[in-house]
Design a protein. Structure first.
Length: 607
């Protein structure tokens, strides 16, 4: 059967036409009736004029009625609305254009951070009459994610915007469907499973030997590229029991080297095409989310994510088919699953093995797998990329961390779960990286019913939230505000997670640090991620004693523009260009060179 999939824009317009045609049809009917029963002929020009303006007028009237109702509801609850941003153009279209532009050519959350000094930590923005909240206030985020969790969901609009990429997987699900996903996935993140360090070790060895090969011949390496290969190989093996072996293919050469254009193997092409398409598809859905309910108008004749998802699916489908085939073979062999067996988990069972017990539906399998892959791959790779950046920029931190590695684990031994737990400075370095570059910098929720949010002014009235209203919260901005972290909030200083600043800032207000979200939807892979990142960094520092950025290897246009030097905060001195689709990444990669540790250095480090 051929399935006819209409572009989102056409579906949107058809729906809009259906809804709005009610008014002109009603008007024409009234004109016809007046003409027929009273004999008063309404002039054609008037009929045409009214038909042309009736829809915009009704739209404007509805916006004003909604605002009036909101103000009345706020007053009824003794609340107010937070300060509102007013753009220069009707409907605030200039603001959305500015946000889109800033996403492409600015620094992460630029627009947001520009607003905070003018409007406060929680404010309102409107787009074509639609109200949206924005906040970087930990008290507000706490209400949304934890205390009033039942009143905040991802929502139908988010679901629609993300559907062509995330389907109905865990990230895009609410209510009972979300609970099902969560219950299904949670057992895979038990302590035993997430401490399978042999798996990380094999892939780490691959990374180190590939990097050695390049460094020994004088080349810089794009650490962001190679670490994405590491996390996808580890994630596919852990989750599906079938590694995609992206580390087996050739890693890229710098843009200014003749080998840059060397044709890569078919395998490399497939892995690279998958990674690029995966990133592009995520960019499409983030742009959709900035355009609010009107996003389909920008995809009138085609679903912009479709060509990228075709490449992604070509990569995933064979893995899924193999898992279903394995299950069918088991059933053919007469190994039926009893109820108990279906519920329990074997030690070597993967997430996919467990999933296929419940369903062979290719769509459910596809969505679940893709969601966990996005969750597990890009976030961890981003954190390790930024951690290496900070180690390049702060040699004294690298030196201190190496000393801890050598003292706790030694120069060659494989780290254990206990080692990772004992290494406080390592955890502080990872946390400080997550503070300055949280891989999910901005997130969003929708209110279900009306509600109240705290006003930072203790004497002020609470903020009123209407039902079905969007909240964008910026963890990125919150993590850098001096009000919450102290005057040096923009500086990279892992000690803030170890010294008196912990009891001054973090202990009394734990919601100021939310790289993994909070409340019932807190990241399921948090401990897995800490283990994987810690393991990798230990191995990296056992192997290399120093590292540096190689600016000349970054592709043209991927280093921060010179004019940023005048800007305040990290934007003014950062040496790479942070960008965001669903998660953060470095534009053009993170080109580095590292020096292998000599045995004598390792021995000295252990003294
Ligand atoms: C540094 C690494 C990571 C960071 C910073 C991170 C961050 C986050 C954040 C912020 C969310 C909430 C998203 C939302 O609700 O809108 C989330 C959810 C989630 N994460 Fe992670 N994550 C990381 C690693 C991982 C890993 C390695 C896995 C699995 C292999 C994973 C699995 C999940 C899942 C399944 C959810 C959905 C939870 C739900 O909606 O109930 N994460 N993560």
């Amino acid at each position: 059967m051929v399935s006819l999939k209409l572009p989102p824009g056409i579906v949107f317009l058809a729906r809009l036409l259906l809804l709005t045609s009610v008014y002109p049809v009603f008007f024409f009917s009234v004109v016809g009736l007046v003409d027929r029963f009273s004999g008063i002929a309404i002039p054609t020009w008037l009929v045409c004029l009214v038909s042309a303006v009736i829809i915009p007028i009704i739209a404007i009237v509805r916006v004003y009625i909604r605002r009036w109702r909101i103000n009345r509801a706020a007053a009824r609850l003794g609340a107010i609305l937070p300060p509102t941003w007013r753009g220069k153009r009707i409907g605030n279209v200039d603001t959305v254009a500015e946000m889109l532009e800033s996403r492409k050519s600015g620094y992460t959350a630029d627009w947001f951070d520009k607003m905070v000094p003018k409007l406060g930590h929680t404010f309102l923005n409107t787009f074509l009459g639609e109200i949206g909240f924005l906040s970087c206030d930990p008290a507000v985020i706490k209400v949304v994610l934890a205390t009033e969790f039942h009143n905040w969901e991802k929502g139908p609009l988010f679901g629609e915007q993300m559907h062509s990429v995330l389907g109905t997987g865990i990230f895009n699900a609410d209510g009972e469907l979300w609970k099902w996903h969560r219950a299904m996935t949670r057992p895979f993140f038990s302590k035993d499973r997430i401490s399978h360090f042999e798996l990380f070790d094999r892939h780490t060895e691959d990374v180190l030997s590939k990097m050695d090969e390049r460094f020994r011949t004088g080349y810089a390496v794009d650490f962001q590229d190679i670490i994405h290969r590491f996390t996808i190989d580890s994630a596919t093996e852990f989750l599906f029991g079938s590694c995609v072996h992206s580390l087996r293919s050739t890693i890229p050469y710098p843009h200014n080297d003749p080998k840059y254009t060397l044709p890569s193997s078919t395998e490399a092409n497939r892995a690279d095409a998958f990674a690029t398409a995966f990133a592009r598809a995520q960019e499409v859905i983030v742009e959709r989310s900035l355009m609010g309910p009107f996003w389909p108008l920008f995809e009138l004749f085609r679903d912009k994510s479709a060509p990228y998802m075709k490449v992604v699916d070509e990569y995933l489908d064979p893995i899924l088919k193999e898992a279903v085939a394995k299950k069918e073979a088991r059933l053919r062999d007469g190994r039926h699953l009893g109820e108990k067996e279906a519920e329990g988990l074997d030690d070597d069972e993967t997430l996919l093995d467990n999933l296929v017990k419940y369903t062979s539906d290719p769509v459910v399998l596809h969505d679940e797998v893709l969601n966990i892959l996005i969750a597990g791959r890009d976030t961890t790779a981003a954190t390790l990329t930024f951690a290496v950046y900070f180690l390049c920029m702060h040699p004294h931190v690298l030196e201190r961390l190496r000393a801890e590695v050598l003292e706790q684990v030694g120069p060659r031994q494989q780290p254990t779960y206990e080692d990772v737990k004992a290494m406080r400075y390592l955890r502080a370095v990872i946390n400080e990286t997550l503070r300055l570059y949280p891989p999910v910098p901005l997130d969003t929720r929708y209110s279900i019913n009306e509600g109240l949010l705290p006003n930072p002014d203790p004497m002020g009235k609470p903020f009123y939230v209407p039902p079905k209203t969007r909240m964008i919260y910026s963890v990125f901005s919150m993590h850098r505000r001096p009000e919450y972290w102290g005057p040096d909030a923009q500086e990279f200083d892992p000690d803030r997670f170890l010294d008196e600043r912990v009891s001054k800032y973090l202990t009394p207000n734990p919601f100021i640090f939310l790289p993994f979200n909070a409340g019932p939807r807190i990241c399921l892979g948090q401990q897995f991620a800490y283990n994987e990142m810690s393991f990798f960094l230990i191995r990296l520092l056992q192997h290399y004693s120093s590292m540096e950025l190689v600016p000349e290897a970054f592709p043209p246009g991927s280093l921060p523009p010179k004019e940023w030097a005048k800007e305040p905060g990290r934007k003014g001195f950062e040496r790479f260009w942070p960008m965001t689709h669903l998660t953060m990444y470095a534009k053009g990669g993170m080109w580095v060179r590292m020096t292998e540790a000599k045995d004598s250095e390792n021995e000295q480090g252990m003294l």
